[in-house]
Every structure is written in structure tokens, then in C-alpha cells.
Design a protein around this ligand. Structure first.
Ligand code: NAD
Length: 628
């Protein structure tokens, strides 16, 4: 029987699919390599560095992640791509993309491309965005091959490894230390206590606490019940001479004794103690020791598969978890209640105490701990004031794949931000303590309005002037002031009750897209699980052209400005004051509606010239003026 036209089309489609499958099913036996040396110094794609930068960022994520074969990068099941077929197809499409086309990605697979224009993003990414009423079925949709969990920087291809986490932890610890030092309780503590920071949990994220506290100049005393994790953090970085955890002991008394000795010597260090968090806190209270800062990063968000009950070893806990999950959970809840009661007791004695984003207060509250919310979370306490002024995690990575380029940018960062001692301190500590990871060499620090744009344009010009071997990519975590709605974390307790309003990250995304970021992303569920957050990201490839300077000016002005606007809209006075001072127009609040972008552009060019000696592309001497 003669085939109908439709049957022919369908069969033809199946044949193409089969050919593609055979071509793409060649799962590589080793991780796709990142170019090095000479090979890294020029792009191989049709659209040049803009698309080359995206390809290298994808591969870099695989190198920094925990399981490249399955595309798992970090944060549980956070993925960079759906499967190998999607990977090869994406790379192919990016390689042949025209400089005025845009590729669209739907949860880890290419969706299509269209003609846009040269200033538009070359790639638009979405991951794990689910219609709200259906979020409970997210895992079924993943299993059905319809979506993937993109986390924050896994699916948006700007994960730079542990450095990002350490920097955020360092920033938080410094803010907590400052807050503690300004408290009247501080003077009641002896010098040992004034040097001591106590916490628990040395997992993948919590492990950053050890190094960050030491970098902040204090003694970290950290409870960890799993000997394997204790060992891992003890060995991590040891071969390069900068271990994440300096000392590990299996006795609380020994840990406290060492902490005291190091405090007397005024020598910052990190000590991991093999014990349950509650036993360490009980010991401190019994021995009348009050740390000046106290927190916790055990995996208390999950009372069955994360948090460990007391009065048992790690192995016994794992055994009980499978043999009697109900009993396990009952014991875990009893422990967590005691845990928070001990934290509150130490808080009353003068310890600066905060929840570090693991939902531990809520777990204790569920078990009947009435004082559970006596202390608050780290975002309202320490990070929000930075968000109010547009400050957040700013990062860049060297496409040359040569650490030398990052060291050059470190030097220019120190020149440009010479009046920001905290930033300088971080850059110096990071270059001393933090090893470059397996992916592209990278750096991160917190910067805000004006600072990000000035530095971004400077990085672009460093390549144009031949001071870098290849361009850098400039992006950030989705955890930022204007880019996320996450009521249990970044937007907990907003002044106006706007914790769950998802408009803001969409506005941030649209602004960055319209301003010309190289790639933009919009995800659901990062950090806290699908259904609990919505967030957006952007990355720009600083390819050294005047046009890119224009893009960077726009993107890196809007991105932090959206944080100021978001917080001003929520009624934060700090943001309003900042907006007035920096001539940011806030409808209904600031009076001056006329924003002179050319003035701002020229101000940033002069700043860069004055502090670094680098001449940015001039707005008045080139065709760029028309764009402004
Ligand atoms: P993880 O599961 O890798 O590590 C948790 C560690 O805590 C494990 O090593 C475990 O053995 C230990 N632990 C559990 N119960 C304990 C107890 N009672 N006493 C002593 N040790 C105990 O988790 P992670 O990735 O390190 O994250 C830790 C927590 O922090 C999670 O709840 C996570 O959601 C949260 N988190 C917060 C932020 C933030 O921005 N503040 C970022 C990432 C993760």
C-alpha cells in the first residue's frame, strides 16, 4: 500500500532521529577537554568568542562538577545538561550559530534558534520551571525526560567550584564577627571566646566554613559526626599546602584544648571534632565557654536522610535509617529540639547566633521548641544589607584556561577597588589559600552598583590591550539581590511581605537580556528545592570589542540596580538612601526622573583610568556614542 505523505514525513523523522542517536550515543570515555596553551587563544566558532565562551563554560562546569558522565554538577541532582545527545547537539548549534542568532535551551536540551540581533543574548536558558500547582510532580517529570533540576549555576553553566561557596561563607562570617563585636555582650567574653567560632557540619557546602572562618582570622571549632566527611575536608587541598580543615580530633576536650592554645597564640586555624553537634554544645555550656559566633550547617533540612540523631555513631545512624526510619526520625527530631535549645542558651549567654540556611529552626519548632525563632537567618542578618546596596557575588573565569590571566585580573581588581579593604583582603587571601579547580581558572568577590560595571568594562579592555591571553567570562550566582525569590532563604522576612513574589527575578532576567548579556538563564528550585524558589542569571563574554563594552555597561549597571530597586520597593531605607546618593530613579520615592547614562558612563571611564591607568573605549570618540 502506498504510504501517505504524513507517514513518509514521520518515517523520515525517525530515520534522522536514529542517525542522530547513533552519532550522539557515543558517550565519551573521558571528560570533554578544555583547550589549553595556544589552542585556547582563539575561538573556533562561527560567531567568535561570544559562542566559544558558552561552549567552554559548559565544559568547565563538567570539570568542576561531581559527576560529568551524568552531568551532575553540585547541590544534589543539579545538572548542566539533559544527556549526551543534547550535549553534542548544543555544542554543534553553538559552533555554527550566526552572530545575530539566539539559541534557546529548555531544561538541558536545545529547543530552537531564531534570528535576533548582534546585541541580543546568544543563548537563553531555562531549567526546572514548573507551573506552581504541579511542582509536587517534578520528580515524575524528570523521570519522564521532560525536565532537569538546574540548581543555580549547574544548568546556567557558571559553577566555579568551592570558591563560590567559600567566598559567600567568608562574607557572612565577617559580617557576623562585626555584628558580634558591636554587641555589648562582646566585652563580657574572655579573649579565647572572642576568637572562637563554633558550628557543625563539614559536608560539601558546610566544609567551606572551616577555611572561611580561618580566612576571617578566627578559630573554627566544628562538630562533624561522619568520619569520612571529616577526613575528606582534612585532606582537601592538603597537597597544595592549603587544606580546608587544619586539624581533626576525635575528642571534644582535645578540640577545645587546641582551640584555646591557638587562640592564645593568636593563630587562626580550623579544628574538626568527630562528635554530634549537641555534644559539643553541651560540653561548652558545662565548661562555661561561650563562642562569640555560633551557627550550624548540618543537613537539618532533611530529618531522615541528612540530620544525625545523637547517642549513636555515624554507622549506627545509617543502619537505623534503613532498618527503622520512623524511630530514626523520632530520634532526629528530639535531637534537633535539644540542639536549638542549646544554641538559644548560648545565644542568651552572649553568642552571636544565626541560622545558616538549613531550616534547623523550623525542624525544632515542629518538635515543640517554642524559642526556635529566637535567632534569625543569615540573609536578613548579614546579607540583606549588602543586597540593599546592590552588592552580591560577582565572578569571572579565564577562557585562556591559564591561571596567569586570573592573577593579572587580581592585580587590577586591587587597583580599582583600592578603597575597599574587605575586597582587597579577600582577593589576597583567595590567591593565597584557594587552589584553582579543574575547570577554567576563576575568581569571585562581592561587588555592586558602579563597581561591577567599571570592573567588567576594565576586564574587557585588558583583553583588548593584550594584557590577558584570552577574554574572560563575567557572571554571578543566582543568589543575588535582584535575581531571586526564595522565601526560606534569600527573601525570608522581607519588610513588605513580598518574600514569595516571583516578578522580581523575571524583571531581572528581562533587563539583562535586553541589555545584551551573552547568555541568560531562568530556573526554579535552586538551593531549596523546586517549588520554593525562582531565580535568574546572566553571563557576558568580555571579548575586548567596543560593542561588548557597551553590553557590559548596560548589563552590569542593570543587574545590581535591580537589587537596589527590589529592596527600595520593599521599603528598605538603606536602598532608598543608596538610590538617592547614586542617582538611581525609584518611582514614587526619588524625585529626579532624568537619569544621565552618558554621565555615568564617563564617570566609570574616568574612575578606571584614574585608578588603573587603563583607557576604556571612549564614549565620545567612537561610534558607541550612538548606542548610548
Ligand atoms: P551535606 O549533607 O553534604 O553535609 C552535612 C553534614 O552534616 C554531613 O557531613 C553530616 O554528617 C553532618 N551532620 C548531620 N547531622 C549532624 C549532627 N547532628 N551533628 C554533627 N554533624 C552532623 O550538606 P551540605 O551540602 O554541606 O549542606 C548543609 C546544610 O546547609 C544543608 O541543610 C543545606 O541545605 C544548607 N545550605 C545552606 C546554604 C546557604 O546558603 N547558607 C548553602 C548550601 C547549603
Amino acid at each position: 500500500m502506498k504510504k501517505t505523505k504524513l507517514q513518509e514525513i514521520v518515517e523520515g523523522h525517525h530515520k534522522v532521529e536514529e542517525e542522530k542517536r547513533l552519532r550522539y550515543d557515543l558517550k565519551p570515555t573521558r571528560i570533554p577537554p578544555l583547550p589549553k596553551g595556544e589552542a585556547a587563544l582563539s575561538p573556533t566558532t562561527k560567531a567568535g568568542w561570544q559562542t566559544e565562551g558558552i561552549i567552554r563554560a559548559i565544559i568547565s562546569n563538567l570539570h568542576n562538577g561531581k559527576n560529568w558522565e551524568k552531568f551532575f554538577i553540585y547541590g544534589g541532582s543539579g545538572k548542566a545538561m539533559r544527556n549526551w545527545e543534547a550535549y553534542y547537539e548544543t555544542i554543534d548549534m553553538l559552533q555554527s550559530l550566526e552572530p545575530n542568532e539566539t539559541l534557546f535551551m529548555q531544561s538541558g536540551v536545545p529547543y530552537g534558534k531564531t534570528i535576533t540581533h548582534q546585541l541580543a543574548p546568544r543563548c537563553v536558558v531555562t531549567n526546572s520551571v514548573i507551573v506552581p500547582n504541579w511542582t509536587q510532580s517534578f520528580q515524575e517529570m524528570v523521570d519522564a525526560g521532560l525536565t532537569v533540576y538546574g540548581q543555580m549555576t549547574a544548568g546556567s553553566w557558571i559553577f566555579i567550584g568551592l570558591q563560590g561557596i567559600i567566598q559567600g561563607t567568608y562574607e557572612t562570617m565577617i559580617a557576623a564577627i562585626k555584628s558580634a563585636e558591636n554587641s555589648p555582650n562582646y566585652n563580657k567574653l574572655n579573649s579565647f571566646e572572642q576568637n572562637l567560632i563554633v558550628t557543625a557540619g563539614l559536608g560539601l557546602m558546610g566544609g567551606a566554613q572551616a577555611l572561611a572562618i580561618k580566612m576571617a582570622g578566627k578559630i573554627a571549632l566544628i562538630a562533624e559526626i561522619d568520619p569520612n566527611n571529616l577526613d575528606r575536608m582534612y585532606n582537601e587541598g592538603r597537597d597544595t599546602g592549603t587544606p580546608y580543615l587544619d586539624i581533626q580530633v576525635d575528642s571534644i576536650g582535645e578540640g577545645v584544648k587546641l582551640a584555646r592554645e591557638y587562640a592564645l597564640k593568636n593563630q587562626p586555624t580550623s579544628i574538626g571534632v568527630l562528635c554530634n553537634a549537641v555534644n559539643l554544645l553541651e560540653y561548652l555550656i558545662r565548661n562555661k565557654i561561650t563562642p562569640h559566633v555560633l551557627t550550624d550547617q548540618t543537613s537539618a533540612h532533611d530529618m531522615l536522610n541528612g540530620y544525625i540523631p545523637d547517642k549513636m555513631t555515624y554507622d549506627e545512624a545509617i543502619e537505623l535509617r534503613t532498618s527503622n526510619p520512623k524511630k530514626y526520625k523520632d530520634l532526629a527530631f528530639k535531637t534537633v529540639k535539644n540542639h536549638i535549645e542549646l544554641m538559644v542558651e548560648l545565644q542568651k549567654k552572649g553568642a552571636e547566633t544565626f541560622d545558616y540556611g538549613n531550616n534547623i529552626r523550623t525542624q525544632a519548632f515542629k518538635e515543640g521548641c517554642e524559642d526556635a525563632y529566637n535567632f534569625s537567618g543569615f540573609v536578613p542578618n548579614y546579607v540583606r544589607p549588602l543586597f540593599c546596596e546592590g552588592k552580591g557575588p560577582f565572578r569571572w573565569a579565564a577562557l585562556s584556561n591559564n591561571p596567569k590571566d586570573i592573577l593579572t585580573t587580581d592585580e587590577y581588581a586591587k587597583k580599582l577597588f583600592h578603597d575597599d579593604p574587605m575586597l582587597i583582603n579577600w582577593v589576597e587571601l583567595a590567591s593565597r589559600y584557594i587552589p584553582f579547580e579543574k575547570g577554567l581558572p576563576a575568581r569571585v568577590f562581592w561587588a555592586g552598583y558602579k563597581g561591577r560595571a567599571a570592573f567588567g568594562m576594565l576586564l574587557n579592555k585588558l583583553y583588548a590591550d593584550g594584557l590577558l591571553d584570552a577574554p574572560v567570562i563575567i557572571g554571578r550566582d543566582h543568589l543575588d539581590g535582584g535575581s531571586v525569590a526564595s522565601p526560606y532563604r534569600e527573601t525570608e522576612g522581607m519588610r513588605d511581605g513580598s518574600d514569595a513574589i516571583g516578578d522580581y527575578p523575571v524583571l531581572n532576567l528581562l533587563g539583562n537580556s535586553l541589555s545584551g548579556a551573552t547568555w541568560v538563564s531562568y530556573h526554579g528550585g535552586g538551593g531549596v528545592g523546586v517549588g520554593y524558589s525562582l531565580h535568574a542569571g546572566q553571563v557576558c563574554v568580555a571579548d575586548g570589542t567596543p560593542l561588548t563594552q557597551e553590553r557590559l555597561f548596560r548589563v552590569l549597571t542593570w543587574d545590581p540596580m535591580s537589587a537596589v530597586l527590589r529592596h527600595a520597593a520593599a521599603g528598605y531605607e538603606k536602598s532608598v538612601k543608596f538610590a538617592v546618593k547614586n542617582k538611581i530613579f525609584v518611582p514614587g520615592i526619588t524625585e529626579d526622573k532624568k537619569v544621565n547614562y552618558l554621565d555615568l558612563y564617563e564617570e566609570l571611564c574616568s574612575l578606571v583610568k584614574e585608578r588603573t591607568g587603563i583607557n576604556l573605549f571612549s564614549p565620545s570618540s567612537s561610534e558607541n556614542i550612538r548606542l548610548l
